[in-house]
Write a new protein. Structure first.
Lengths: 112, 113
């Protein structure tokens, strides 16, 4: 039972490079989320998607874009990576927005 | 400005004893609270939740207490087991934005044998 799968698990980028983080869920959940976790801080919401084709900005959306073309996939894009975007990124999904979220195992991203 | 605070970064407890994790919040519009548990190199896993209409919720060894007047909640783990060693995150959300969880910074629990 896969749940929420994130790829890649690790990535190193140079400043200015672009990248897409992939997230897939096999639970037929409607809602999907992207978070980042930084040392000494809780998870912060980057973007949220209530359903296929819809997205909303979270707490820290600047420098990111997202795509939800299929119900099971939620992609997070970095158009021009900056060292401040070095973080661990978590994708999550839930049946709907008021149900507990299920998380993937994270993508550790370093930007040099 | 962190709206959910876990002021103890770490907690060490002996196996079999009680672990008490604390969480404070500042937003009076929060009406639902959750605890997540996270092992290294894994994502957070939902543990237990409580609605603001209750002051206690119990699930096996885990009990969450909510004190709305003090804007404080706590998680009790009794008895603590080695497998409970993990990072615990407190999270909260409000009725108007139910998808927007505000997370605390986490408390690392170490259960000593």
């Amino acid at each position: 039972n896969a749940g929420v799968t994130q790829t890649p698990k690790f990535q190193v980028l140079k400043t200015g490079q672009s990248m897409t983080l992939q997230c897939a869920q096999d639970m037929n959940h409607n809602s999907m989320y992207w978070y980042r976790q930084d040392p000494g801080m809780g998870l912060r919401l980057i973007y949220y998607s209530a359903s296929e084709g819809t997205t909303d900005k979270g707490e820290v959306p600047n420098g990111y874009n997202v795509s939800r073309l299929k119900k099971q996939n939620f992609l997070l894009g970095l158009e021009s990576a900056a060292p401040s975007q070095t973080s661990v990124y978590f994708c999550a999904s839930s049946i709907n927005s008021n149900q507990p979220q299920h998380f993937g195992d994270g993508t550790r991203l370093s930007i040099l | 400005d962190q709206q959910v605070k876990q002021n103890s970064p770490s907690l060490s407890v002996q196996e079999g004893r009680i672990s008490i994790l604390n969480c404070d919040y500042t937003n009076s519009m929060f009406d639902y609270f959750l605890w997540y548990k996270k092992y290294p190199a894994e994502g957070p896993t939902f543990l237990i939740s409580i609605s603001s209409i209750k002051d206690k919720n119990e699930d096996g060894r885990f009990t969450v207490f909510l004190n709305k007047s003090a804007k404080h909640l706590s998680l009790h783990i009794v008895p603590s087991q080695p497998g409970d060693s993990a990072v615990y995150f407190c999270a909260a959300r409000g009725r108007s934005n139910d998808y927007k969880l505000s997370f605390g910074a986490g408390t690392t629990v170490t259960v000593r044998a």
